[in-house]
Design a binder for this molecule. Structure first.
Ligand code: SIN
Ligand code: MN
Length: 207
């Protein structure tokens, strides 16, 4: 079940819907994601400077996010050349209930955190129109999520995102710096070998 309650937490303007997906919804989403990942396998993006990210990624949707020596961008195809699979309906349902916009997302970025993986502070700013929010769904192990403001040096706040939580970065929080400091590896039994999956939904192409 996807609970359609009000946001239960506000973190520097980002809204958090705690436990929006119950255990059955989380399990069924993981099964669906297995099919997506079978079509579009996880890969380790590298930064422009050639540094490998600790998080593995893939995407679903019309466009997927990639990073390599040419930099960050959205592409219509997986690095292996195939188009990205469709965004699963259950994921689009979450978008529809929290985003407050009519438009469907173009991209569902799928991040996979194994033990020790983290994500440095960054803004999501490769999209065409920042009036659309970014919606994030957490599955698996707890993650210490940190969010600041639109300036890199701003004051930050942290919270543990848990499996089934949904976070919305919109309005003033759309360009907030954010990242994941660490996982509580093994804290959730949802994924067979533990770790964490994070889905982020984005409207990319508004041309
Ligand atoms: C991201 O910023 O792409 C991911 C955030 C998260 O894993 O919670
Ligand atoms: Mn991000």
């Amino acid at each position: 079940m996807i609970a359609r309650n009000k946001a239960s937490l506000d973190l520097n303007g980002a809204k958090i819907f705690k436990a929006m997906l119950d255990e059955d919804a989380q399990k069924s989403l993981v099964m669906t994601l297995r099919d997506v990942v079978a079509q579009a396998p996880f890969f380790h993006p590298v930064t422009r400077s050639g540094k490998q990210m600790s998080v593995q990624m893939t995407s679903a949707g019309r466009l997927g996010w990639v990073s390599d020596r040419r930099g960050y961008r959205y592409e219509a195809r997986h690095p292996d050349g195939a188009p990205w699979p469709d965004i699963p309906k259950a994921v689009r349902d979450v978008w529809r209930s929290v985003s407050d916009v009519e438009r469907e997302p173009d991209c569902c970025l799928i991040n996979f955190y194994r033990e020790g993986a983290k994500m440095g502070m960054h803004q999501d700013r490769d999209e065409g129109d920042y009036s659309y929010p970014v919606v994030s769904i957490s599955l698996g192990d707890d993650a210490l999520f940190r969010i600041g403001g639109p300036e890199r040096r701003g004051r930050t706040q942290s919270t543990w995102l848990q499996s089934g939580d949904v976070l919305v970065m919109g309005g003033a929080a759309r360009l907030a710096y954010h990242g994941v400091d660490r996982l509580r590896f093994g804290s959730s039994g949802l994924l067979k070998d533990h770790g964490r999956i994070n889905l982020t939904l984005r409207v990319v192409d508004t041309s």
